[in-house]
Design a protein around this ligand. Structure first.
Ligand code: SAM
Length: 238
């Protein structure tokens, strides 16, 4: 049992968050499968139960403190890895329509297994964000794009904003040290049709400050974005 339920509830209480028992039971199942699968192939370097509880589960659940997700909203989790934050969102809010995007197929297979284990569904997309963002099937189709630990904000904005509908939002989960990153990304965000709406700095736990940056999509992303990977890497938007 890798999830420390008491620690999770204490941390959520401090964030003024509560979730129903069935949602917590689904998170337990997810954590069990994460531990089991992580013994077969590398999904996460965080394995100690209290750390998994705080750094993965409570961290992702903290999104609910600062973001209102309307009923049935669509979310794409870009660079979802083992499902953070997208799978946590789906397990506590099954009404959300969550798409899981990652360039590593094995991780998406894990997400499919967890969804099946808790009898939920979600679309997995095996692609690079900069390719999927040019595909009409995904472009400007989502109410929210989320991302945690994928890239610095100027690059991440080019990956994520093309997926978001006008009026929707890109939610970047960042470390407390990202203030400079946010300033550096303002020009890129503007070019991509977004605007920084809020930047919440909070303590996830003792000595664990975190930020949630909300970027509102206020106009269409010009068709040339996202650019091919090599161009993004060579010349990140400023
Ligand atoms: N979001 C998860 C989390 O917070 O635990 C995973 C973070 S992991 C450090 C970064 C993930 O992003 C990896 O699974 C990697 O395959 C994926 N990734 C990185 N660049 C990507 C891109 N351009 N398109 C799609 N996935 C990408």
């Amino acid at each position: 049992m890798p999830l420390n339920r008491a620690l999770l509830l204490d941390t959520l209480c401090a964030l003024e968050l509560r979730f129903p028992d069935d949602a917590l039971a689904r998170l337990d199942r997810y954590a069990d499968l994460l531990a089991e699968t992580n013994r077969q192939f590398n999904l996460t370097a965080v394995t100690e139960p209290d750390e998994v509880t705080i750094k993965h589960f409570a961290d992702c659940l903290s999104l609910f403190s600062y973001v209102e997700f309307p009923q049935n909203a669509s979310v794409i989790d870009v660079g979802t890895g083992a499902g953070f934050p997208g799978l946590v969102l789906k397990l506590v809010r099954p009404d959300l329509s969550v798409t899981f995007l990652d360039s590593t197929k094995k991780k998406l297979g894990f997400i499919e297994n967890v969804l099946a284990a808790v009898s939920l569904t979600g679309e997995t997309v095996h692609a690079r964000a900069e390719e999927a963002g040019q595909d009409a099937q995904f472009r400007e189709r989502f109410d929210f794009a989320t991302a945690r630990a994928v890239a610095a904000l100027p690059v991440l904005s080019e990956y994520c904003l093309p997926f978001v509908k006008q009026g929707g939002a890109f939610l970047a989960m960042k470390s407390a040290a990202a203030e400079e990153e946010i300033d550096k990304a303002r020009g890129a965000i503007h070019l991509l049709g977004g605007q920084v709406e809020s930047d919440f700095l909070f303590d996830l736990a003792k000595n664990m400050p975190r930020r949630i940056v909300t970027v509102r999509k206020i106009s269409q992303t010009p068709p040339k974005y996202p650019r091919p990977s090599a161009k993004i890497a060579k010349n990140p938007l400023k």
